[in-house]
Design a protein around this ligand. Sequence first.
Ligand SMILES: [Zn+2]
Length: 416
Amino acid sequence: MTWQFTAPNGTDVVGPLEVASDDRLVVKLRSTTPADPTCPHCGARRFKNGTRIVRFRDIPAAGGQPVVIEWLRQKFICGICHRSSHDQHAAFDRRRDMTARFVEWVGKEAAERGFTAVAKQTSVNPKVARRAFRDTEKRLARDVGLLSDAIAIEPIDLAGSKRPAIIDAKEEFVFEAYASVDEMRARLPAFASEYSHRHEHPIVVTDLSFVLETEVPPAIHDDLFGPTAVRAVSRISLEREATDRIWMACESLLRRKQPDKDSWRFVRALFARRQSSVKTIARRQLMAWKKMEPELYAAYELKEDFLNIWQPEAGASVKGRLDAWVQRIVKQPVLHLEALAAAIAAHREQILAFYRYDFLVGFYEELNEITSLDENRTARSFSAARATLLARGLAQEKTKLANLIERHAEILKGER
Ligand SMILES: [Zn+2]
């Protein structure tokens, strides 16, 4: 067996690891952190008064055996009020007979595997497992200080729905996920004010649908992150919005021509294809559109030209090509794309801002991988899915930080 017990920070192992009759591993620890000499009852000075063994459940061994820690806990007696008290330690949960790291472990495991499975494996009461999970859940998405100066707010697939999420665009991890757009509306302002306090010129990329003014005010106002933030609209969302709206224009056109037909599924499939990837049959169909359905073909070309605006080999600037394209759709007589032109004009600055940051292209290519959980776990609840995703990001950041500190320590050692 290669498993080795690691003592929690601020404690030391005293004596050998023992195996109890019920297969539990028992470890004796003492605190290495100086105890507070103040009496918790009256604030006067207290004095050492022997020790007492207190048992705490700890994270199971690699083989799954339960681990019990026996803490030789210092007792005290007060010189003034004569009441007794005992040492407190961050490694040991004050309210439970469990180590702090065991509570955290139960919470994470419960998010992964469910309360019942964890309760069964550890013989911890399912209610306790559930509470441990809630505690872990509450602590997540708190440390805004972990975030870099570039974040994206995008809808991601989580527990069966699209949910708005805050993702660090440089460190590439999910920081927060909201159950719905309404929940984001309610909670984002507090986050935005804390985040913009910590960064002077943060880059905040959002999905176009979050900033569009529809019947309701936008979910994310332009000034939410303060006047110095650079706001941008993600290319992925802009392309989706433009393609959808051009298609809707086609559909109403087709409906007028053939009112009895109820599905345009195949037409839509062809409309969605990129010109660069169509094979012979599809190309022939497109050519047939050009002759028989010139409006449909014009719409297809508009869509293709829009998607080509961002190709680097295009020569002219993205700005010039975008403006020229908007001019074209305004003049287009049949499709009625004025609303799309207005939406693009209203968010032109944010659309163009996206193209000033090269790292965003790579980030959006990775977005699916950053935000997805194991496919066979899609049945879990939103809060469990959120906790798993956020805990993963947090663990990733903590490892990075630990590596950084280690490297720094090596450098300092070398300099000595
Ligand atoms: Zn006292």
